[in-house]
Design a protein around this ligand. Structure first.
Ligand SMILES: Cc1ncc(COP(=O)(O)O)c(C=O)c1O
Length: 387
C-alpha cells in the first residue's frame, strides 16, 4: 500500500536528524569518539537514584505510579519557580526540554511562520520548528554569542514570530553569550515584537571562574521570554525531566498542548527528581558534574592547542559539553568522516547545524565521553586526518 497521500503536510516537513546518522560510530570501542552528544554515565548519581526510586515506589505509589497534574508535581514546580524567582503558574514540567520545544512550536507557530535561529544551532530545535512547517532564518554568531546587527537585519527582513537561542555554552558551539548581547536581544525582540525561546540545558555545567550565565529570562520585563530548562545534563537524560518557565498566559496554552501530547510527564521520573531536589542533593551533584568535566575539557583544549594551532580555531567551551572547531575554508569535514573513522577517530561535521548551508569547514567535538589518554591520541589522529 502507498501511504504518501495519507501523511499530513507537517509530516511532509519532518526532517530526520542529520547527526543521528553518525551515531553508529559512537559506540565502537576501536573508534575514539568526539562525536557523542550525551552526558557521561559516570556523572549519573545512580546509587541515589536507585534508593529514591525504591522508596517512592514503595511508599508513594499513589503519586509515583499514578497519573499526575499536567503541569507537573507541585513541589517540583515550586522548586523550579523558586530557583527562577517566578511563580508556580509560570512553570510546566516537560518530558525533557525536547518536549518543551515541540509544545512551544505547536502552540505558537503556523505553517510558514519564521523562526530565527543562530548559525550554528541545535538540531533538535530546528527539527521541532520544521515539524510545524516553519521557515527558519539564520542569524550570525561570534564568540560573544548572537550578533545584534545581524539579528536586527534578519528580523527586519523576515518579521519572525520567534527567536530560538541557547545563550549558555551552546550546542554545538560551546559559546557563552555576553550579558550585553542578552540585553540587546531583548531590545531587538521588543522592537520587532517577537518571542524569545531561551534553551538552557548547559547553564549549570561551568568550568571557569566569572562565567556569567544569568538567563535572558531574568531581564524579561514584558513577558517575551520562554525559558527551557532540563535535568538531563546534571542528573540523567533517561529521567526525561525538563521544564518551561513562561508568562502565565502562554503557560496555560502550553498546558493544554501538553494534555493532548501526554497528559503528564512520567510521574516516577518526576518523583525521583523531586525527592533529589528536595533533599538538597542537587547542588553537590552539580559540583560533582562540574569537577568531572573540568579536567576533560582542559585535556581536549590543550591537545587541540598542541596539534591545531595555526591550522584551526576552536571555541573555549567555558562550560557545556562541546568545543566547535573551524578549519581552513577549503576543508569539508563531512567528506572526511569515513576516513577519520577508518583512522579510529570520530567527530560530528558542523554543516547540519547551520540552516543556511554554511559551516562545511567546521566540526563539533565533545570531551564528555573519552578518557584523557584516549582524547590525546584522538586529537593526534584528527590532526593526521586534516594534515
Ligand atoms: C540545546 C539543547 N536543547 C535541548 C536538548 C534536549 O534535552 P532534554 O534531554 O532535556 O530533552 C538538548 C540535548 O542535548 C540540547 O543540547
Amino acid at each position: 500500500m502507498n501511504y504518501e497521500h495519507l501523511f499530513s503536510r507537517d509530516a511532509g516537513a519532518f526532517r530526520p536528524s542529520a547527526i543521528r546518522a553518525f551515531a553508529k560510530y559512537m559506540n565502537d570501542p576501536n573508534v575514539i569518539s568526539f562525536a557523542g552528544g550525551s552526558p557521561n554515565p559516570e556523572t549519573f548519581p545512580a546509587e541515589e537514584i536507585g534508593a529514591i526510586a525504591e522508596r517512592v515506589v514503595r511508599e508513594r505509589r499513589q503519586v509515583a505510579l499514578q497519573y499526575g497534574p499536567t503541569r507537573g508535581l507541585p513541589r517540583l514546580c515550586s522548586f523550579i519557580a523558586q530557583k527562577f524567582g517566578s511563580s508556580p503558574e509560570e512553570v510546566i514540567v516537560t518530558t525533557g526540554s525536547q518536549q518543551a520545544l515541540d509544545l512551544v512550536a505547536h502552540t505558537l507557530l503556523d505553517p510558514g511562520d519564521t523562526v530565527l535561529v543562530e548559525l550554528p544551532t541545535y538540531i533538535g530545535g530546528t527539527s521541532s520548528f520544521h515539524a510545524r512547517s516553519a521557515q527558519l532564518a539564520g542569524v550570525e554568531q561570534d564568540d560573544d554569542g548572537i550578533v545584534p546587527e545581524s539579528l536586527a537585519a534578519v528580523a527586519a527582513r523576515t518579521r519572525p514570530k520567534l527567536l530560538y537561542v541557547i545563550p549558555n555554552f551552546q550546542n554545538p558551539s560551546g559559546r557563552l553569550m555576553t550579558q550585553e548581547r542578552r540585553a540587546r536581544v531583548l531590545e531587538i525582540a521588543r522592537a520587532f515584537d517577537f518571542i524569545v525561546i531561551e534553551d538552557d540545558p548547559y547553564g549549570e555545567l561551568v568550568y571557569v571562574e566569572n562565567a556569567d550565565t544569568t538567563p535572558v529570562k531574568s531581564r524579561d520585563e514584558d513577558g517575551r521570554v520562554i525559558y527551557l530548562g532540563s535535568f538531563s545534563k546534571v542528573l540523567a537524560p533517561g529521567l526525561r525531566c525538563g521544564f518551561i518557565v513562561a508568562p502565565p498566559a502562554i503557560a496555560s496554552r502550553l498546558e493544554i498542548a501538553k494534555q493532548a501530547a501526554d497528559l503528564c510527564s512520567g510521574m516516577l521520573d518526576q518523583s525521583i527528581v523531586d525527592e533529589f531536589c528536595a533533599s538538597g542533593a542537587l547542588r553537590p551533584q552539580i559540583d560533582k558534574v562540574r569537577a568531572f568535566y573540568r579536567g576533560k575539557r582542559a585535556t581536549l583544549l590543550s591537545s587541540l592547542a598542541e596539534h591545531f594551532t595555526g591550522r584551526a580555531t576552536w571555541t573555549d567551551a567555558a562550560g557545556g559539553l562541546f568545543t566547535f572547531v573551524t578549519l581552513a575554508p577549503e576543508v569539508d569535514t563531512a567528506a572526511n568522516v569515513e576516513r577519520a573513522v577508518a583512522n579510529g577517530v570520530a567527530y560530528i561535521p558542523g554543516a547540519p547545524f547551520f540552516v543556511d548551508g554554511s559551516g562545511k569547514n567546521t566540526m563539533r567535538l565533545t570531551f564528555a565521553k573519552e578518557t584523557d589518554e584516549r582524547m590525546r591520541v584522538g586529537v593526534a589522529k584528527l590532526a593526521s586526518v586534516f594534515a
